[in-house]
Design a binder for this molecule. Structure first.
Ligand code: C2O
Ligand code: CU
Length: 416
């Protein structure tokens, strides 16, 4: 991996070379599939930066098919968003340079935005962490990308795109954390770590539990919450991120990092293990989580009238390349996401954060910035966002990749 940083006075540029190429992806001992990966590893290299840094990524495409990279959650200029609307795909043998400033602290991720259903399943994704000066301090940190693989009976990657997959999304029985099947994780006894979670799966929802123990949710897609939230589970849908304060545990304990049963409209899944957490010898804890994490001002009151209704059912059945009405820089958007389908859909807005005002008609317990939100079946979710001064072509879509591929998406322009 080649990640290098260069500091010229206060302005820092993080330079990354990403070579997308094929790889024998050994996801478990003695078990491999033909994967696609950045720099020969799944997930791709962790990109780390500080708020205000410039990131410069030189993508070389050594794959047998075209590709692009989307910087999920980063408020990039429109031209750097990696979609088909803003750049031609990078053909095999070609290179492309992405260059942008990272304005927000948080857990983000990057992934292919071309032939995604196959390219993400094969491993073309990685995490991007942006830090700020005065964040809460922890005893350690782990970045955990959740995924799954669908294999055929011979242990090869199952063929893509059967009818069922189109409708329900692709899910497999091999559950992965950081590219490995049900790995062992470790934490020192008595310590509290910051876990940065990313759901990089095509379709699989993860209702995460850590041995049923309480943890603290401190951040989501767009960084720290206004206040920490105690919980024993958190639903992480494709595309979403959560950050948890995990621990302290007693040395010698062993806990299952697992997904609890959840029904996203395809029947209830059983309890499924993703990893095992072993608690090692006791460490010293200096972790400190303040009771107020940051100031988040509500964009509008929770009872605000929608400026636009997005009918997810119509979107799902409309087919490719839809265009939604443009929005104007500075015009507050209140969107009512209405899901009358029989499935949950994680709605992702490119390039901008929104606040969730109401879920199923109820306001949320804590203010947060999101870029992906699950809209449970037969419910509606009200969101608000402000188009800041980054005009250009943007899009939103369902982050169940098979739904996106089927056309559950729309392009729209932000105009000045
Ligand atoms: Cu992570 Cu267009 O998506
Ligand atoms: Cu969907």
């Amino acid at each position: 991996m080649s990640t290098s940083t260069r500091r010229t006075s206060d302005v820092r540029t993080v330079t990354v070379e990403l070579d997308a190429r094929e790889l024998e992806w050994e996801f478990a001992r003695g078990q491999a599939i033909r994967g696609f990966a950045y720099n020969g590893q799944v997930p791709g290299p962790l990109i780390e930066a500080n708020v205000g840094d410039t990131i410069e990524v030189r993508l070389t495409n050594s794959l047998p098919q075209a590709t692009t990279i989307h910087w999920h959650g980063i408020r990039v200029p429109a031209e750097m968003d990696g979609t088909e609307a803003v750049q031609p795909p990078v053909e095999p043998g070609q290179t492309f340079v992405y260059r942008f400033v990272v304005p927000d602290a948080g857990t983000f991720w990057y992934h292919s935005h071309t032939n995604e259903t196959e390219q993400l399943e094969r491993g073309l994704y990685g995490a991007l962490v942006v830090r700020d000066a005065d964040e809460p301090s922890f005893d350690g940190e782990q970045v955990l990308l959740f995924d799954d693989l669908k294999l055929d009976l011979d242990g090869h990657l199952a063929p893509f795109g059967d009818e069922h997959e189109h409708h329900a999304g692709r899910e497999g029985d091999v559950r992965l954390v950081n590219g490995q099947q049900e790995p062992g994780l470790e934490i020192a006894g008595g310590t509290i770590e910051r876990w940065r979670l990313v759901n990089a799966a095509n379709s699989r929802f993860v209702r995460l539990s850590i041995g049923g123990r309480p943890f603290t949710i401190i951040a989501t897609d767009g960084g720290l919450l206004a206040e920490p939230l105690r919980a024993t589970e958190v639903l992480v849908t494709p595309g979403e991120r959560f950050e948890l304060a995990v621990g302290p545990f007693e040395d010698g304990e062993q806990l299952a990092v697992e997904a609890l049963p959840y029904d996203r409209g395809k029947g209830e899944t059983p309890c499924e293990t993703f990893a095992t957490l072993r608690v090692g010898p006791r460490g010293v804890s200096r972790a400190q989580i303040p009771s107020k994490l940051r100031e988040i001002k509500p964009l509008v009151p929770a009872s605000a009238e929608p400026t636009r209704t997005i009918d997810l059912k119509a979107l799902m059945h409309a087919g490719h390349h839809q265009r939604a009405d443009p929005v104007r820089v500075g015009d507050l958007q209140v969107w009512d996401l209405v899901n009358e389908t029989g499935q949950d859909h994680p709605f992702h807005l490119h390039g901008f954060f929104f606040q969730v005002l109401q879920e199923e008609g109820k306001p949320l317990p804590v203010l947060a910035w999101k870029d992906t939100v699950n809209v449970p079946r037969k419910t509606r979710t009200l969101i608000a966002w402000l188009p800041d001064d980054r005009p250009g072509e943007w899009m939103y879509h369902c982050h169940i990749l098979e739904h996106h591929a089927m056309g559950m998406m729309a392009h729209f322009a932000v105009i000045s």
